[in-house]
Design a protein around this ligand. Sequence first.
Ligand SMILES: [Zn+2]
Ligand SMILES: [Zn+2]
Length: 113
Amino acid sequence: MTATLSEAGLTGTATSVSYRTLTERQKDVFHRALKAAAEATNVWHIKDIHEFTAAALDIDLPHNDELVECSCEGCPDGCDAIAPLTLCAEYLDGDTQRPQCPACADAHRITSD
Ligand SMILES: [Zn+2]
Ligand SMILES: [Zn+2]
């Protein structure tokens, strides 16, 4: 029997984490990583940064994916989930594409006008 995705899901990694549940060290890593990714000009370098950050945050990040912070406007106290971009829904806020995490997209998906 070959390994399946569901078996990988038993390793304890999550597909998203809430920012406020991170340790101070993880928050620090996350901020420094986002800054490094924003300043990086090489796309493979950026992917690496996201992959290392996901490992530090214990998030199960699909290969070549990126971590994003949920920018849902539908949550009463603001969502602070960090999730892989490909699992997020995206909506248009003016000209800007903003990600909505899987939980938010399920509960109250924002659709662009
Ligand atoms: Zn969310
Ligand atoms: Zn939400």
